[in-house]
Design a protein around this ligand. Sequence first.
Ligand code: FAD
Ligand code: LAC
Ligand code: ZN
Length: 451
Amino acid sequence: LDALTTELRRIVGAQHVPTDRDDTAPYATDWTRRWRGATPLVARPGDVDEVAAIVRACRAHRVALVPQGGNTGLVGGSVPLAGEIVLSTRRLERLGDVDALGMRVVAGAGVTLEALQHAVAPAGLRFGVDLAARGTATIGGMVATNAGGTHVVRHGTMRVQLLGVEAVLGDGSVIRHLRGLRKDNTGYDLASLLCGSEGTLGVVTAAALRLIPTPRTVAVALIGFATVDAAVRASAQLQHDVPGIEAVELMLRDGLRLAGAHLDVTLPAVAEAPVTVLVEIGVAESPVDVLAAAVQGLEGRVGEPAVAIDARSAGRLWRLRDAHPEAAAALGVVHKLDVTLPAPALAAFVDQVHQSVRARAPEATCLVYGHLGDGNLHVNVVGPGVTDEIDDAVLDLVVEAGGSISAEHGIGTAKRRWLEQVRAPGDIAAFRAIKRALDPDGILNPNVLLA
Ligand code: FAD
Ligand code: LAC
Ligand code: ZN
């Protein structure tokens, strides 16, 4: 390791290879605090050549590494749990000029989502993926996890925004396809392959990204329902009938109360409904009329919806939604499960999951919320008696219902023991063959995804 440290210091400069425990500790614990590891050193390259040199050096020394961006990942994939070294991409912050005609931009892997949002806004453009960790999550991490977030129902996941990548593969070679054309059928789609690979195939160093026009007006409504079933039906009806649906998010009364208390704000009256749905529409004109007509037609509603048509009050409603993960984290170390359910099974699942947690850990808090429009629920369990057995019980329910055990956060370390049960043997064999081809010595994130 001493020889490797010397070599890495030569590559990136000594100040970018911290080895002191105090300096490396923040890189070794994840956002949830559930996953804690340790690392002998962190390497912080400043460009793609340095990344390639680091990967080659690690390969030569047979030392494993964990690529890390903002370290906001939620499945234990971003931290060194078995003494790996950390390759931090945060210095890869170069952001290219916004191409307003082609509606695209090239962003370095270390650019945060928020920095990207700010950079493209003056051109009347925005980025299709948004999530509450925007201030810290990086483009590289979002590519590596195929992040989803709150606007997938309209614009798709990270993969849909991706027009090309630059990356260093596990063998130290560089792939680069950043022309960023909308149509470009010139061979294998390597960007798509790296998207969702969770740092196991290559270190993403830059991405060419699709941008979308900012809608002229945006309106947000918080609508109350008596049951999850009514909310699921409303979600489908809204997506059928209303043009420009940007987001359909589910919250339950407990979660809203917790978020309101965490933010120290008064909740709108509709928050008293057992179930609330936050809907955002982005349209050309009179969002009030469009939204009012849409809401009127929904069955099973409770109370008066809270409607916002200016950015500030819309922001207030969104903050209630965005605060859910933080509010849960304030209760302790959260077991986070991120699942997709087929729409017809969603309401029953919400009941079952509460029952299942209550039976196993009666004093624990179980918070369920999520991206209703995509069928994606976040199950957060925290408090006394919460064990891996609860994770298993929840995921069993998901599998029985024909859902997915990871909607958007990935497999990481947390769900690795589940992978072979939910993917066909042929799929796993193909995963392994790809892994061997691109990372022949298995030095990239050896403890993530594949057992
Ligand atoms: P990290 O946490 O640093 O890494 C995540 C994974 O990607 C790890 O396996 C790591 O090894 C790998 N990786 C990181 N950078 C690279 C790279 N350059 N090349 C190769 N591999 C790399 N996720 C959603 O999908 N939707 C949400 O709505 C959402 N909301 C969130 C809200 C909060 C408050 C928090 C804390 C997290 C949320 N997340 C959400 C999870 C997280 O923000 C995403 O997974 C995000 O994509 C991670 O980005 P990151 O830069 O922090 O990556
Ligand atoms: C959310 C994250 C946790 O949607 O995915 O809040
Ligand atoms: Zn989410």
